[in-house]
Design a binder for this molecule. Structure first.
Ligand code: NG6
Ligand code: CA
Length: 533
């Protein structure tokens, strides 16, 4: 902005000053400056199943065997959160909450979705991408979706799809419908299955076998990676999946190329949508990697490189993808004006259904660090995940123990971009922008943790940072014997004092009935009255 110089003749100076004052009244200069300064590009790198201890920057318990230098670069140049949580210990509900600002357990049908599920996000409701689009962002998603595709009748694979990411706020999408281990094993770009040959239509079923293609159950001899539990239906690329499919041969992905395909699409989204002048739209990229979910089939470049088998190799591949994004920002001069967030959708799991040596080659590595439990459970290891935040000049470095939930991204980024949150659909998101960026070191006063249980089931956890309470759950499932994960459900109330027992080893509910009562009341209030605390 130009300011009148003192050498100007008084009358001109007066006119200019009053003109500026009028402008300032219409839109205060300070606000305008701040508004333009507060529209960084935003990249949300969202890993699948990376645990609290899996990245090498998560010391002291972090990965010593596998190095993740690119994630570590984000930690070094930005802020490393130690008390950040996904809302749930599985994928779909975590992503649902992050996209909508509403805890998934408020709605039925938000558990882990099959690959042929209809969209669970209603078109028209406010979402994180829609909010940012309204704020003037160009929005894109690349990678794992797992929030359903299609209208109530389900996905129309062979036609234009409804209920896609493009219908809930993304200008661009290149996604897989569900997970790498679920059919259909195809990419969907902007409402269309990529490379679909109309003469070879796709059919999908999760109820019964369809078509004549071999399955893991009937033809285990054809497999290059065998299941350890489940995962014995249609074989694609030598891997048997969850669900049956037929057709769409030309459209099927190659697992070993998936990280490269997603990374290239993410990079080209940045290249295409980067603002070249201050007047152009910033971009929001939600880059949801498949790594390190099963089947862990990294590219040959990474095979055998970690010494930990495919799980460790997939971590190297994930870190490679992160590096490509960071290099792209450097190359295009976008680093300074881009807020980069890196997190994970749930805690770690080692054997998640394939015989991939993850257990045998784990060695001393502890994927959830010092935390108990893991994916699917309500102990800390289920939802406390890495969160790295880099925004040069705006985010102070170091570590923070502020309590933060991914459900808060919506209101926090709304505050950043001066948008309003629709409280009727997003009751749970809190503005924790200062905690996210490291200015406020306390963050939330409580957050709710959902293990693998769905809506209306008892067994939620709540923490205020110092205490962790898990309400009684009638079924009390303590273990997932398939994944060998402690789930944390118990018919009795559980209370852990995280400040001196971060590994939730000693249940002190009997010694502190007052704290139990208080946290149960708080949990009930959140359940009944969103944001009532
Ligand atoms: C489970 C799968 C597991 C994984 C998970 C979803 C079996 C036995 N296990 O049902 O392999 O796919 O669903 O993971 O089928 S998530 O990260 O998308 O939530
Ligand atoms: Ca996951």
């Amino acid at each position: 902005m130009l300011y009148p110089s003192f050498s100007l003749r008084p009358l001109i100076a007066l006119l200019l000053v009053s003109g500026l004052a009028a402008l300032a009244n219409a839109q205060p200069a300070q606000t305008r400056n701040r508004a333009s300064a507060e529209r960084p590009n935003i990249i949300l790198i969202y890993a699948d199943d990376i645990g609290f201890g899996d990245l090498s920057c998560y010391r002291p318990a972090g990965n010593r065997i596998v190095q993740t230098p690119n994630a570590d670069r984000l930690a070094r140049e930005g802020l490393r959160h130690r008390r950040a949580h996904s809302t749930s210990a599985t994928c779909t509900p975590s992503r649902y909450s992050m996209m909508t600002g509403e805890y998934a357990w408020r709605q039925t049908g938000t558990g882990i979705l099959p690959g042929d599920a209809p969209s669970i996000i209603k078109t028209g409701r406010q979402t994180l991408p829609l909010m940012l689009k309204t704020a003037g962002y160009q929005t894109g998603v690349v990678g794992k979706w797992h929030l359903g595709l299609g209208g109530p009748e389900g996905p129309t694979w062979n036609d234009e799809l409804q209920g896609t990411p493009n219908d809930v706020g993304f200008d661009y999408s290149f996604v897989m419908a569900a997970t790498g281990d679920r059919v259909p094993t195809v990419y969907v770009e902007n409402r269309r299955v990529v490379n679909l040959d109309p003469a070879d239509p796709i059919r999908v079923s999760y109820k019964e076998k369809i078509g004549t293609e071999p399955t893991g159950k009937e033809n285990p001899d054809l497999l290059k990676m065998k299941p350890s539990h489940g995962h014995d239906m249609t074989i694609v690329n030598g891997v048997s999946r969850i669900g049956w499919m037929t057709g769409g041969k030309a459209a099927r992905w190659t697992d070993e190329d998936m990280a490269d395909v997603f990374t290239r699409k993410a990079v080209s989204f940045i290249e295409t949508n980067r603002p070249r002048t201050g007047k152009e739209k910033p971009f929001f990229l939600y880059f949801a990697t498949h790594d390190i979910h099963v089947p862990r089939m990294p590219n040959a470049r990474f095979v055998g490189k970690s010494g930990m088998g495919p799980r460790g190799d997939a971590l190297l591949e994930f870190d490679y993808s992160v590096g490509e994004i960071l290099k792209t920002l450097d190359r295009l001069g976008l680093t300074k004006n881009t807020l980069v967030l890196l997190s994970s959708d749930n805690g770690a799991v080692v054997d998640d259904g394939y015989q991939d040596e993850a257990v045998e080659k784990l060695g001393d590595h502890r994927p959830t660090g010092e935390l108990r439990g893991g994916k699917g459970g309500v102990f800390e290891g289920g939802t406390r995940v890495p969160l790295l935040v880099r925004w040069p000049g705006r985010v102070a470095g170091g570590v923070t123990d502020a309590l933060f939930s991914q459900v808060d991204l919506m209101a926090s980024l709304a505050t950043l971009t001066r948008q309003t949150v629709d409280r009727s659909t997003a009751p749970d998101t809190q503005n924790q922008l200062d905690a996210l960026l490291g200015k406020d070191r306390r963050g939330r006063t409580w957050l709710v943790q959902q293990g693998g249980l769905g809506a209306n089931q008892k067994g939620l956890g709540i923490t205020d940072g110092a205490w962790k309470y898990i309400e009684p759950s009638p079924k009390g499932q303590r273990m997932n014997v398939n994944t060998n994960t402690e789930l944390g459900y118990d018919p009795a109330p559980q209370l852990y004092r995280l400040t001196d027992d971060p590994g939730e080893k000693t249940n002190v509910a009997a010694q502190h009935p007052d704290v139990v009562r208080q946290l149960q009341t708080q949990l009930d209030q959140v359940r009944d009255k969103p944001n009532g605390l």
